[in-house]
Design a protein around this ligand. Structure first.
Ligand code: R5P
Length: 314
């Protein structure tokens, strides 16, 4: 693509390579590594002068290292006279800290947004933010991509019938409702309680799930506790098969194993975070690289992004 330079950090290099391949392009050479004292060093090794630069970096583990690497890459591109800096963050970390729950806490999602802006990024491209208000933390354009079409396409391909889309907590209900609208099917909601951070108890299922193929949808899986507890609750209520869809599979603390032990029919995530256990049984990774590549193409050509989706449900 003429006038465009694709740059990637170590956040999810495989994903960045897939995006470049889909754009029939390549990644600019970058030196990104750690000094012996753990400080981060980056250098963009080719000229990006006057270019529309897209820096691709997922903020998965190690989150803080990847965040700093991204901030430094943005600054390096700025100082190398890039014309415009578009920051492509397939998975944006810290978004669950989008409000204070207890006195004395920060709004960490806003702090991260301010850090990205402070480095003079021109635009953010990301996917399935934890909550829509995070868009308001940025004073620069955020292209917010959605995974609905990717998931809906997959479910249509496996010809699943008699479906109920289940939200594993109150926060994911809009996502469940939007997917159910695309699939023209019912929804159910699980009320979730967290006795402590990273501990989960499903309290109640609202909706009829008996004999249905239940599709749990969430934006993030971390320890897997939310989904494990949701699967158990649906099985207690005699759901038929349980499928799990999540955009960002962090899978901390053996989270994938925790979920698979609860015996879902299938767990399906996107590759916004690099998945080490791609070949695990009943686990599927769909790629979001085509969607991101299309978004990059359209942004570079000054075209609208909304028409990328078959059905605009939001
Ligand atoms: C929280 O509201 C998110 O949408 C996810 O439900 C949560 O991050 C999942 O965490 P875990 O897998 O640790 O239960």
């Amino acid at each position: 693509m003429k006038g465009v330079a694709l740059v990637a950090g170590n956040g999810n290099l495989d994903f960045a390579k897939k995006v470049a391949k889909r754009l029939k392009s390549r990644l600019i050479k970058v030196d990104a590594r750690k000094f012996s004292d753990t400080e981060t060093y980056v250098r963009i090794l080719e000229s990006v002068r006057g270019k529309d630069v897209f820096i691709i970096q997922s903020l998965s583990e190690p989150v803080n290292d990847n965040l700093v690497e991204l901030l430094l890459l943005i600054d390096a591109a700025k100082r190398s006279s890039a014309k415009r800096i578009n920051v492509v963050i397939p998975y944006l970390a810290y978004t669950r800290q989008d409000r204070t729950n207890k006195p004395g806490e920060p709004v960490s999602a806003k702090v991260v947004a301010q850090m990205l802006e402070a480095t003079k990024a021109d635009r953010i491209i990301t996917m399935d933010l934890h909550s829509p208000q995070i868009l308001g933390f940025f004073g620069i354009p955020v292209e917010h991509l959605f995974s609905f079409d990717l998931f809906a396409h997959y479910l249509k391909k496996i010809k699943l019938k008699n479906i109920c889309v289940v939200s594993p907590d109150e926060g994911a209900f809009k996502k469940a409702k939007d997917l159910a609208e695309i699939l023209n099917t019912d929804t159910a909601l699980i009320l979730k309680h967290r006795p402590k951070q990273e501990q989960v108890k499903a309290l109640k299922v609202i909706g009829d799930v008996k004999g249905k193929n239940c599709i749990i949808i969430d934006d993030i899986i971390n320890t897997g506790g939310t989904i494990e507890s949701a699967i158990n609750e649906l099985k207690k209520r005699k759901a038929k098969d349980v499928f799990v869809l999540a955009t960002h599979g962090i899978f901390a603390k053996d989270g994938l194993k925790t979920i698979l032990n609860a015996k879902p029919k299938e767990v399906i995530v996107l590759d916004t975070i690099n998945q080490k256990e791609k070949n695990a049984k009943n686990f599927k990774v769909l790629t979001a690289s085509n969607l991101f590549a299309e978004a990059i193409k359209r942004v570079s050509q000054g075209k609208r992004l909304s028409s990328m989706y078959k059905r605009w449900v939001l």
